[in-house]
Design a protein around this ligand. Structure first.
Ligand code: SAM
Length: 266
């Protein structure tokens, strides 16, 4: 069956490519890519000689021909996973319409390491990619300020200062934020702090950035009362002493007393 395989490529470190990605890049009849010079560097590094054809948002008509002339096409964007703030989605739609089987290899992308390294909640998050420009931007920012999930944004370095100022206006200076800079590269940095500090520190930054914003309200760090009370009781605490120890660990007074009382009864 004819197939199109989307191949994630390194976001910095050339070794961040999977064995399967290299296999596909080698076996495909042709590698369509966003920028032939960039992908050629990767292929050269791994001794792969598959022909490259440029296909980006300006040259999508070439994709049509490519899919007619070949049975096995690989696609790579400049960095990371195609289709994530990169061309790729249109090619997938075209290939599906032509009856191709479409495979997407798991692999590098910038937002996942940025989110996980941020130290902010990861259970629920929203990926917004690049913010829109013009009027749509303010509207989007206002919607984001109500977001109860962690928010992940991409931004170009020359716009980062302005974007942080806009976020500061909407969220306020104390809002938690992390900036993942130059992931997997020599100058990788994960900066964690408040929006006020970030706007000052990254007014004229260098490198590639992912912005991770905390949710509107961070879930309270609540101790696991049950395990804590059991551990304290095992150490011999009971009654008032147990209630006090629980309170000191952040358990509300009523709950601490209820626990201490229950332990006394047991
Ligand atoms: N397709 C890519 C992916 O899967 O992450 C994203 C491509 S998008 C055109 C480029 C943006 O991704 C940059 O402006 C930056 O926000 C983020 N990015 C890419 N590489 C990065 C890196 N090494 N460190 C931090 N951010 C990066």
């Amino acid at each position: 069956m004819r197939k199109l395989v989307l191949v994630p490529t390194p976001i910095g470190h050339l070794a961040d490519v999977t064995l399967r990605a290299l296999e596909v890049l080698k076996e495909a009849e042709v590698v369509a890519c966003e920028d032939t010079r960039r992908t050629a560097k990767l292929l050269r590094h791994y001794g792969i000689a598959t022909p490259l054809v440029r296909v980006d948002q300006h040259t999508l008509e070439r994709a049509e021909r490519l899919l007619e002339e070949h049975d096995y096409v690989a696609y790579a964007s400049d960095a990371g996973t195609p289709g994530i703030s990169d061309p790729g989605a249109e090619l997938v739609a075209l290939a599906l319409a032509k009856g191709f089987r479409v495979e997407v290899l798991p692999g590098p992308t910038a937002f996942v390491p940025a989110l996980v390294a941020s130290g902010l909640p990861t259970a629920r998050f929203v990926f917004e990619g690049f913010l829109p420009t013009g009027r749509a931007r303010k509207k989007r920012l206002e919607a984001l300020a109500k977001e109860e999930r962690t928010v992940v944004l991409y931004e170009a370095p020359h716009r980062l200062g302005r974007t942080l100022s806009a976020l500061l206006e909407i969220y306020g200076p104390g809002h938690p934020v992390a900036l993942a800079r130059e992931l997997s590269k020599k100058h990788e940095e994960i900066w964690r702090g408040s929006l006020g500090e970030a706007a000052e520190r990254f007014a004229a930054p260098r490198g590639e950035f992912v912005i991770v914003l905390g949710p509107r309200e961070l879930p309270e760090a609540r101790p696991d009362v049950d395990s804590l009370a059991r551990a304290l009781a095992a150490e011999g605490l009971s009654g008032r002493a147990l209630a006090r120890a629980l309170e000191a660990a952040g358990v509300p007074r009523n709950e601490a007393r209820r626990w201490a009382y229950r332990k006394e009864e047991a």
